[in-house]
Write a protein of this length. Structure first.
Ligand code: FAD
Length: 292
């Protein structure tokens, strides 16, 4: 089975898609329609998120198992420290191994009471993602990925501290990173330069969010704290009320950003699909990703 860390170092730009585990059977059917539509593009990997507070543990493992068993795709299972003891984390990692999932994105997770509230680890759990990287590595032959933040993690005091924490995760055995979504390529390149200065060459895959409606992007930006440049907001607001045009502009924006990132040497692009395939397929086609 493929190791994402090795695939990202191959020199050919990767592209990958992120899904979340749906709550309902209908949601799961819709997800697998999107999975099937995106499968034909032969992405490098697809990843499945782990719900806030560990709430989707069973669903996340089940969906990654279905992807591993029923499709040709390479799944990456997310895992967070939230609300779990070390033993519980060990058990989920064992479930991933049993499901044939050998690529894991090791995350701390957000405080159960919400982003911006104080982080308190589970009394028998782990405090930071770096410890989860070590735990996953100690339990088997996994390729472990981690989160990166081009505009820094909200709790990090500054960009230098944030880059050092990321380099620590690489030193603990992480083989790749995927970023939070962002809209200015300079933020990504600045992070990679800081890592480079720290002697860290871990591939960092930029995460891209294709905008499909204006309200959604405003909500996401408010939640993540990502800067949404006024010139982009103006382009979207100019077509607000015309859903088709908003989608077209959203795809244009992501394609421009993706092109800048690849031209500047990013190892690939990771698309936040929100379990839908259309905008992602349009961006993929416009970037000529399959033909590189
Ligand atoms: P860490 O790397 O532990 O960092 C958290 C904070 O602690 C940072 O501010 C860091 O600077 C600081 N820090 C780290 N180590 C130390 C130390 N030794 N001493 C002091 N401070 C330290 N959340 C989910 O719930 N489920 C998901 O599936 C999920 N997927 C994600 C995928 C991606 C690509 C990204 C970018 C984020 C994802 N998240 C997910 C959100 C993530 O869990 C949160 O952003 C969380 O707040 C930080 O996680 P982390 O793994 O970066 O934590």
């Amino acid at each position: 089975p493929g190791r994402v860390g090795a695939l990202l170092s191959s020199g050919t730009p990767s592209f990958s898609f992120e899904f979340f585990p749906p709550k309902t059977d209908e949601g799961e059917r819709q997800l697998f329609r999107a999975v099937r539509e995106l499968e034909s593009l032969s992405p490098t990997f697809v990843s499945v998120t782990y719900g806030a507070g560990g709430s989707t543990r069973d669903r996340t493992v089940r969906i990654t198992r279905r992807i591993a068993e029923e499709t040709t795709l390479l799944p990456v299972g997310h895992l967070t420290c939230v609300g779990s003891s070390r033993d519980e984390l060990r058990s989920v990692i064992g479930q991933y191994a049993d499901a044939g999932v050998r690529n894991v994105l090791a995350l701390r997770g957000d405080p159960p009471s919400g982003v911006g509230t104080e982080w308190r680890p589970h009394p028998e759990g782990l405090s930071y993602a770096v410890e989860l990287v070590e735990l996953v590595r100690s339990l088997g032959d996994f390729s472990v990925g981690v989160a990166a933040f081009p505009e820094k993690h909200p709790e990090a005091p500054d960009l230098d501290a944030d880059a050092s924490r990321l380099a620590d995760k690489a030193a603990a055995g992480a083989e790749f990173a995927v970023t939070q979504f962002f809209f200015q390529s300079a933020d990504y390149f600045r992070l990679v330069e800081r890592l480079d200065a720290l002697g860290c060459r871990m591939p960092v895959v930029p995460g891209l969010m294709p905008v499909t409606n204006v309200a959604q992007i405003e909500r996401m930006v408010a939640l993540s704290g990502a800067a949404f440049p006024a010139r982009l907001a103006e382009r979207l607001h100019a077509v607000d009320g015309d859903p088709e045009a908003v989608r077209r502009v959203g795809v244009e924006i992501v394609v421009e950003l993706g092109q800048e990132l690849l031209d500047g040497g990013a190892p690939g692009l990771h698309f936040y699909t929100l379990n839908r395939s259309t905008a992602t397929r349009e961006a993929y086609a416009a970037l000529g990703l399959g033909s590189r």
